[in-house]
Design a protein around this ligand. Structure first.
Ligand SMILES: [Zn+2]
Length: 175
């Protein structure tokens, strides 16, 4: 969950029990302890608290963590990749970045695909529209691999970049 996702869940729980929202600073603090919980599991946790708890949890962080454990044991199929899978090609981001040239453009364009060497993209929540390719397939299309592949990136910024680059990616497919 990113800040907005956690904040929305906290707001739902607090309003369910007719409590005042604890404030953005508190949510920011909780994010450090709860940010690793996927958004889908977070939604399940909120439903669980609202439907099954008699009152407002005394310790929100502990309750979320306990219910995250419960979610994992009840939904083993949804927790396929809890840990990053080691991948030398994509640097464990699950995406392979590359550079390609468009006729008439001086500087190369940047784009990316889902990594064909690992399944780390499952953890990043990347759109299914983005093709899966291996480094070899990218090179065979005349594209160069980008050094960015060696860096890990934050999930939030990754999703923004995915949206920003989707148009360029479709261009490449049509070319
Ligand atoms: Zn990979």
């Amino acid at each position: 969950m990113d800040f907005a996702e956690l904040n929305e869940k906290v707001a739902r729980v607090f309003s369910h029990f007719r409590m005042k929202h604890p404030g953005q600073d508190t949510v920011e603090q909780w994010l450090e302890d709860l940010g690793y919980i996927p958004d889908e599991a977070g939604k399940w946790i909120v439903r669980k608290i609202c439907n099954e708890s008699d009152g407002m949890p005394r310790n929100v962080v502990k309750t979320f963590k306990d219910l995250w454990m419960a979610y994992k044991s009840e939904n083993p199929d949804k927790i396929r990749k809890p840990e990053a899978e080691f991948c030398q090609v994509c640097g464990e981001s699950g995406l392979i970045w590359f550079l390609y040239h468009i006729a008439g453009h001086k500087s190369p364009h940047e784009s990316f695909v889902r990594c064909g060497h690992c399944k780390n993209w499952m953890r990043a929540g990347v759109s299914e529209e983005i093709p899966i390719m291996t480094a070899g397939e990218i090179k065979r299309r005349g594209c160069r691999l980008h050094w960015r592949n060696n860096k890990r990136r934050h999930r939030g910024s990754l999703e923004r970049t995915v949206r920003a680059d989707l148009g360029k990616l479709i261009d490449l497919g049509a070319a």
